[in-house]
Design a binder for this molecule. Structure first.
Ligand code: GRF
Length: 199
């Protein structure tokens, strides 16, 4: 389907979110970020959304201990903003069944490694890069995949390689991968928007 309105779920620094906002505003991508959701009240991503004049929401289990209620509220926000597609950019919670159903095939996640390796529960943030370096991999990279009920296991739609250098620490590798994410996610989302990748 034609994708115009992207909801971004971002619970951390939000540099990936920023890359999406900027590419829409610069006209590199014919779409817009319609809302930003976070499960973390302190996320800088919420500030970035505010600065860009985009409606943002914190939705989490402290506010909605009942998971059905949490899904209902989330879905309501998404529908209020006429969301076509959900992009997870630094969001660690599983997506509830009702949302997976309504947005079937239209939820994507970005992961900072070459899945199927270095994914799954506990494989997030610096843990991923530590594991890649410990395994002496010559390459790491970026994966964009569809989201299903399990962590990091939906269909892979695009991957980009990033070299691991002999002197790398988890932090230097993380920085190189993140930099690549910013360009690669825009390239890939653009293909989804132009329907070269179906959603
Ligand atoms: C990125 O590394 C992304 O791959 C992962 O979470 C991180 C988000 O970074 N899912 P930021 O908050 O967008 O800077």
């Amino acid at each position: 389907m034609k994708i115009k309105r992207i909801a971004v779920f971002a619970s951390h620094n939000g540099s990936d979110l920023q890359a999406i906002i900027d590419s829409c505003r610069d006209g590199k991508m014919d779409a817009e970020v319609c809302c930003v959701l976070s499960n973390n009240t302190d996320a800088f991503s919420l500030q970035r959304a505010k600065d860009a004049g985009i409606d943002s929401y914190c939705v989490n289990a402290s506010l909605y201990p009942d998971s059905d209620e949490l899904d209902r509220v989330t879905l309501e926000i998404l529908q209020q903003h006429e969301t076509d597609l959900i992009f997870l950019a630094g969001y660690l919670k599983k997506i509830g069944e009702p949302i997976l159903k309504v947005y079937h095939n239209r939820i994507f996640n970005i992961h900072p490694a070459l899945l199927p390796k270095y994914g799954g529960k506990g494989m997030y943030g610096i843990n991923v890069h530590k594991a890649v370096i410990e395994a002496k991999e010559p390459f790491s990279g970026v994966t964009i995949h569809r989201v299903n009920a399990e962590y990091d296991s939906g269909d892979i739609v695009a991957q980009a390689k990033v070299p691991v250098l002999p002197q790398d620490t988890p932090e230097t590798l993380a920085a190189r991968v993140l930099e690549r994410e910013h360009t690669f996610l825009v390239e890939t989302l653009s293909k989804i928007v132009t329907e070269d990748i179906n959603a």
